[in-house]
Write a protein that binds this ligand. Sequence first.
Ligand code: ATP
Length: 356
Amino acid sequence: MARITLERVGHRYGHAPYALEPFDMVLEDGRSYALLGPSGCGKTTMLNIISGVVRPSEGRILLDDRDVTVVPISGRNVAQVFQFPVIYQSKSVYENLAFPLRCRRWPIARIKARVAEIADLLDLSGRLGKPAWQLTVDEKQLISLGRGLVRDDVAALLMDEPLTVIDPQMKFQLRRKLKAVSQKARHTVIYVTHDQNEAMTFADEILVMSAGKVVQRGTPQELFERPRTTYVGYFIGSPSMNVFDAEIGAGGVMIGGTPIAPGGALPSGLPTSGLRVGIRPEYASLAQPEDSDTLAATVVGVQDHGSVRIVEVAIGTARARLKLGRDIAPPSAQARIRLRRDKLCLFVDDHLIAAG
Ligand code: ATP
């Protein structure tokens, strides 16, 4: 394993605008990271720069203290798993898994033991003797994953949406297994995904990306509770964070004339425009008509998700969603909504200035 340092690393493909804007970052030894963001935001470019598939147009990359900026993937001691299977079709499953170890001249007994361990983990034990071409695409991708996991001495394990072709039923279990095996090997792992659930369950830390930039880095809980921008608030969480235009008045922070948080704890010198309040659907609830500091809402729709209900409401001209437990009766057409004061996020020009 290794610490990965990116110093002013940036990349442009030819004369196109930056696919990755120059930035500094240190990824710590033995931790797992998810690169999360919409299509085209630069996740794969960043991963390929770290692995050596792409040479950055600017900056330096260090694995521990070794400058590897111009070293190709073969000289970096990293393992990379791609979105689609990269395997030897004519070789057996065993040979595919053993190949990276043979290249490193592991003793035969050690190779056999390690291949058996990885095959067992990925439920491939019964197919070790089969040629890879006879397997389904799911199984072929499991071989690819196995080839990435089989070495326990890599500086980093890099995975680019590795579960895309895997059957959805298997994904959950496989994520857990991937996490367990990489934790055991104390791999530094970087995992590219646009699926927040995958990022949340797999990574110690998530790097949220947008348009060639890492816009926030944090644990799943930090991103959920303290999104640095409204973009992260929208991108993390399901449903997304509710964001309302707000103003400062006699009652503190107000939405459409209703006070929702006292002014005492607010940062001083707040601008009068560009103020917005964010609240997660989990932290908005139904209130009684006589309760104070609640918002009048019209129920627009109720979606039944089995264990929870998502209630969509209109509050003035704004729309918001509430996530309510099944034990709470769905509201009638008109409702009062309470926002948990200790969970409010205050944004100015879409940047967080206060939370909680
Ligand atoms: P996806 O989730 O769709 O794979 P991504 O977040 O991984 O997207 P990248 O593949 O890194 O994003 O692409 C970032 C930007 O660079 C995009 O605008 C893309 O069109 C561009 N790009 C990526 N690869 C190349 C290439 N080989 N040549 C030219 N432009 C490229």
